[in-house]
Design a protein around this ligand. Structure first.
Ligand SMILES: NC(=O)c1ccc[n+]([C@@H]2O[C@H](COP(=O)([O-])OP(=O)(O)OC[C@H]3O[C@@H](n4cnc5c(N)ncnc54)[C@H](O)[C@@H]3O)[C@@H](O)[C@H]2O)c1
Length: 458
């Protein structure tokens, strides 16, 4: 008997073996009989896998983390904006299952790589995950497979790093197997732009590679944008994120100046946004966070050195954005000073430690730096985050903190409350009413009436 996870059904998959490999794979994709393998069941890979299932493909999710695989096979999601019911119903329909058995990569016709691309301690690209994954795929590579890298990386990775590893086994790219790069543009938790509405950029190593990758994505994305090569697609993703990084730095610098000039930067941005062309609003905050914006630009600066090129905008933006949590802590110190208090010995409550509203992701969150700086200055720090009940152990931090309940008594017992992440579930009126002083890094308290010294923008 065939196991539930068994993914090959020879009769339903039979395609003419006489047709060229690309045509055979195209037929499997068009008829949705192709098995899709997604490597890396994280914030990018899991939603992508479920989206392929929803459109009718069977998907095998691969991850080295057995706890994630077990959780998915038990029908449990570990990402807050993905309901467990979605995983359960697709598993029940035999469309989705997860595995740590990488030999099963052979079963997949189309494979997308969604593994991490972090920086190492020296802020240089750490491509070990992509390299390891490429080697594992190479061991299992067979004729008729399409491999697409989705992890964000510097231009050249697909052709200089992934392709040589895959090409070791004598199969020819563009004829026997197919390789492309397609950047992931998902914005987790963004209801306005669900995954299928975000155009998908694709660059293939050959025309056949591009065609097949485009064919696959057209089954779930409303629009596929073809570019001439993987390098162009890789650079496209970096341009998008560097654009954000630079503009966020600019508005953060403007915020600091505006504070000194006693001008409300938020009012300025609102007014500037009424210009119907040539202006796009970016908002200041407590500093950069998340897996992408603080990290991706350095992938390009690193690669640029190979071309004797210094990416000055990226470096400057990095410098400004890194300084923002320090600025926030300085503002907290100034605010406490007006009440004859110092950071040393004060009780400070941080509201929101996720890197952005309504997600449970703390990676690179500026809250971490702010908490670290406050603790160094001997404040007693508490936090509340409805999405993060307990601080996870992170690469650089093990703070062993638990989210405290937001009660009037707790708020009154704090010397100041710092809004770091403006989760939509917070009742800001309630927070302001019961707090002694609120430091607002997100303009979350706009419109709330209170005496001037009670709410301080930072
Ligand atoms: N999170 C986002 O919003 C976002 C948006 C766009 C692009 N990206 C990019 O997508 C890529 C993945 O990011 P993410 O946020 O999903 O990361 P993640 O850490 O949430 O998920 C990565 C997953 O890969 C698994 N993994 C690690 N090594 C593996 C291996 N060798 N084989 C199989 N699985 C392995 C991990 O266990 C983890 O489950 C990164 O390059 C990131 O820059 C992320």
């Amino acid at each position: 008997m065939r196991s539930k996870n068994s993914t090959r059904n020879k009769s339903s998959r039979s395609v003419s073996r006489k047709a060229p490999v690309a045509q055979q794979l195209g037929t499997l994709i068009d008829s949705k009989r192709a098995l899709v393998g997604v490597i890396g069941m994280g914030y990018v890979g899991l939603p992508l896998a479920l989206e392929f299932c929803r459109s009718g493909f069977r998907v095998l999710g691969f991850d080295t983390d057995r706890a994630k695989v077990d959780s998915l096979n038990a029908g449990k999601s570990y990402i807050s904006h993905i309901p467990s019911e979605n995983v359960r119903s697709l598993s029940r329909a035999s469309l989705f299952s997860a595995t740590s058995d990488f030999n099963r990569l052979r079963e997949a016709d189309c494979i997308t790589i969604c593994v991490p691309t972090p920086l190492n301690e020296q802020k240089e690209p750490d491509l070990t995950y992509v390299a390891d994954t490429s080697a594992t795929i190479a061991q299992n590579l067979r004729k008729g497979q399409l491999i697409i890298l989705e992890s964000t990386t510097y231009p050249g990775t697909t052709e200089e790093l992934v392709l040589p590893v895959l090409s070791r086994n004598k199969l020819a790219v563009g004829r026997d197997f197919f390789v492309a790069f397609s950047p992931e543009r998902e914005d987790p938790g963004n209801r306005r732009y669900p995954i299928e509405k975000i155009p998908k950029v694709v660059g293939g190593v050959t025309a056949a590679c591009a065609d097949l990758a485009g064919k696959l994505y057209s089954k779930i994305f409303q629009r596929v944008v073809h570019v001439s090569s993987p390098r162009v697609a890789e650079m496209t993703k970096l341009l998008e994120n560097i654009f954000r990084c630079v503009n966020i730095a600019l508005v953060n610098e403007m915020k600091i100046l505006a504070e000194r000039m006693d001008i409300d930067i938020w009012e300025v941005i609102e007014a500037a946004s009424t210009k119907p062309f040539g202006f796009m609003p970016f908002y200041p905050g407590p500093g950069l966070g998340g897996h992408c914006i603080p990290i991706d630009p350095f992938y390009l600066s690193w690669k640029a050195r190979e071309y004797d090129f210094n990416t000055r905008f990226i470096e400057l933006a990095g410098e400004v954005n890194t300084s923002i949590p320090y600025h926030v802590v300085e503002r907290i110190g100034e605010a406490l000073n007006t009440r004859n208090k110092s950071i040393n010995g004060s009780r400070v409550l941080i509201l929101g430690v996720a890197y952005k509203p309504d997600v449970d992701d703390m990676r690179e969150s500026p809250a971490l730096k702010i908490i670290e700086l406050l603790m160094k200055r001997r404040a007693t720090v508490f936090y509340n985050d409805p999405h993060i009940p307990q601080f996870p152990k992170l690469r650089k931090h093990d703070l062993n903190l638990k989210s405290v309940a937001l009660t009037p008594k707790l708020l009154r017992s704090m010397d100041c409350v710092v809004i770091v992440t403006n989760h939509s579930g917070y009742d800001y009126e309630f927070i302001v009413k019961h707090s002694n002083m609120v430091i607002d890094t997100r303009n979350a308290t706009r419109g709330i009436k209170a005496e001037k010294s009670k709410i301080i923008r930072a």
